[in-house]
Design a protein around this ligand. Structure first.
Ligand SMILES: [Zn+2]
Length: 308
């Protein structure tokens, strides 16, 4: 009997800790500094978790991405408070997908300068929210009970400041240039450039994982031109919204991917092949290096439409 209790207890604990491990929670103990004014909590490539960024000045702190659900938002806000106990918190999200954005309601909402937070959104991000809402929330919730629990009741927070193209935030001794860069992964893709330290928060626009055209508005041609402008900033450090932090090679990798897709697809279109022919041929040529066939197919279909 005692043995049975021990086994049951063991199984219970094992399941419990597996659930806790699976929960897409931001882990504040992973906080690390990547430049004089810039800190991140790396996602360690866990699913449904973003890299979270903090840009700390003398008068304000900017947080980039929230994690999924109010609980994650509160965890991230507490880290911001610790990094900058007496400063105004500004918040920006790289795009409207839930793990980047749907923790914004977990941030403090006091009206006074120092006990609230200010959310900035590009108008394109607001359009994404208005048109699509959290269309992917069900798919996220279906992936694990812990994800479903985090998303239960989560809603989008309205912007305190919405901007058309870009907004420069003077945080005191450090400036953050926030700019709308879509339609790439989404129409509302937003990136942050910390010029003083040459750190770029690139969102899903440049990362190590295979690119994903996540919106009907996504465009391979536009994405290539965005990568060109990001490269011109000459970033020293690139913090993507998922996966490892890197340097200019992060941009170069995405550029090579889309250039190859565009060139192969345009040549096939010119020779009279259909879009589905192009999907088969180009996927066949690239899948050994880029294993996600759905992502390849999405990019090829878009490139076919865009090619002359
Ligand atoms: Zn996304």
């Amino acid at each position: 009997m005692r043995g049975l209790v021990a086994i049951v207890t063991f199984v219970f604990l094992a399941v419990g800790s597996a659930l806790a491990q699976d929960a897409p929670l931001i882990l504040p103990e992973k906080l690390k500094q990547v430049a004089a004014s810039v800190w991140i909590i790396p996602d360690e490539s866990r699913p449904m978790v973003p890299n979270v960024g903090f840009v700390v000045g003398q008068t304000g702190i900017l947080v980039i991405d929230t994690g999924m659900g109010d609980k994650n938002g509160a965890i991230v806000a507490a880290v911001a408070r610790k990094l900058a106990p007496d400063l105004r918190i500004y918040l920006v999200t790289t795009h409207f997908h839930p793990e980047h954005d749907m923790g914004a309601n977990g941030f403090p909402r006091g009206a006074r300068m120092l006990d609230g937070s200010t959310l900035l959104r590009s108008t394109t991000q607001e359009q994404d929210i208005a048109e699509f809402g959290c269309g992917v929330c069900k798919a996220f919730s279906d992936r694990s009970p812990a994800a479903a629990e985090l998303l239960k009741g989560a809603t989008y927070r309205a912007a305190d400041i919405s901007f058309e193209n870009d907004r420069t935030l003077d945080l005191g001794g450090v400036r953050a240039y926030i700019f709308a860069a879509g339609p790439n992964h989404t129409r509302g893709d937003t990136a942050v450039w910390v010029e003083t330290e040459q750190v770029l928060f690139s969102g899903d626009i440049a990362m190590k994982p295979q690119p994903f055209l996540g919106s009907p508005y996504s465009s391979v041609g536009h994405w290539l031109s965005t990568l060109e402008s990001l490269a011109q900033l000459r970033p020293r450090t690139i913090v993507p919204s998922h996966g490892p932090t890197g340097g200019p090679e992060v941009i170069a990798g995405y550029k090579a991917y889309f250039t190859e897709i565009m060139e192969r697809t345009a040549a096939l279109k010119k020779s009279g092949k259909t879009a589905e022919d192009a999907v088969t041929t180009v996927t066949g040529a690239m899948t050994d290096r880029y294993p996600d066939k759905n992502r390849l197919a999405g990019a090829i279909r878009s490139a076919y439409k865009e090619a002359p």
